[in-house]
Design a binder for this molecule. Structure first.
Ligand code: SAM
Length: 260
């Protein structure tokens, strides 16, 4: 995923500039460990631990790590980021992508991650960006007029309702400062892939649309739900897997902070 690669390049540059020795990396809220595996590949002298509250997601990590040749250096640990984290052990880099907005008190979790890091260690945060939202690009011509906007509004409403209040607009530089970190790099990580998408990108869009079906069920009318079902189907003639006019836009915010 180019967004992860772009972020890791910035972490590696900061680590090199600081002369940081990277022995141990934590990917917290790792899901299936895509970043843990990429980080282990980028830092060949380090072990990486994928940490998540969901054991079934962590079960997917080992095969991915083996497939990428880093099976011996990638481990897993079930942990809740809202509980004490001392048992995770010390780390030189902590990666937290799209997870900190899930916790009730991000600053408390940031303070814990601060204490997990060795002095000089780096915390990388990937969070909602200011731009592109939703699986379908703006202006994508499908279904009844305005379908994409209604679908995006339905997903945004569902996500906002599911997350703690204000979670989508948190002030990360202020929270990091409160938790004792110094921000050393920040910026937008944007990905824009033109049509026609390759199979990997189409499947990424398909998965997002399939997840959105549950969120949209009470928020869209019958015509829009039928349009969504066709787009999110594996074999419908209108599936995103079959459309050559689909583009992919992803936008994330990136913050890199040091424990001094
Ligand atoms: C949106 S996914 C992000 C996965 C991956 N980091 C990424 O960027 O694609 C959020 C992940 O955080 C995990 N998670 C949410 N709350 C958590 C908590 N309190 N402690 C540990 N993991 C948590 C979920 O199980 C899920 O795997």
């Amino acid at each position: 995923m180019p967004i992860i690669a772009g972020a890791i390049a910035r972490i590696a540059a900061a680590a090199q500039a600081d002369g940081l020795t990277v022995d141990r990396i934590l990917d917290v809220g790792s899901g299936p460990g895509v970043a843990a595996v990429a980080l282990a590949a980028a830092f060949p002298g380090a072990s990486a631990v994928a940490v998540d509250a969901s054991a079934p997601l962590l079960d997917l990590v080992h095969d991915r790590a083996v497939a990428h040749g880093v099976g011996e250096r990638v481990h897993t640990e079930v942990a809740d980021l809202e509980q004490p984290l001392d048992a995770l052990g010390a780390a030189d880099i902590v990666w937290a992508s799209m997870v900190l907005h899930h916790v009730a008190s991000p600053v408390d979790t940031l303070r814990q991650l601060h204490d997990v890091l060795r002095p000089g260690g780096l915390l990388a945060i990937v969070e909602f960006g200011p731009g592109a939202r939703g699986s379908l690009p703006t202006g994508f011509d499908v279904g009844n007029d305005g379908f994409v906007d209604r679908h995006r509004a339905a997903v945004t409403a569902a996500v906002t309702e599911h997350l703690p209040p204000g979670a989508m607009t948190l002030d990360w530089p202020a929270l990091l400062a409160d938790a004792g970190f110094a921000v050393v790099d920040s910026g937008e990580l944007a990905l824009s892939v033109p049509a026609p998408l390759d199979d990997t990108a189409r499947r990424y869009v398909l998965q997002g649309l399939q997840m959105s079906q549950r969120m949209a069920v009470d928020r869209l009318g019958a015509d829009d739900l039928a349009t969504l079902a066709a787009l999110a189907s594996e074999d419908d003639a209108h599936s995103v897997l079959r459309r050559d006019d689909l583009t992919l836009e992803v936008d994330r915010s990136f913050f890199l902070a040091r424990r001094d």
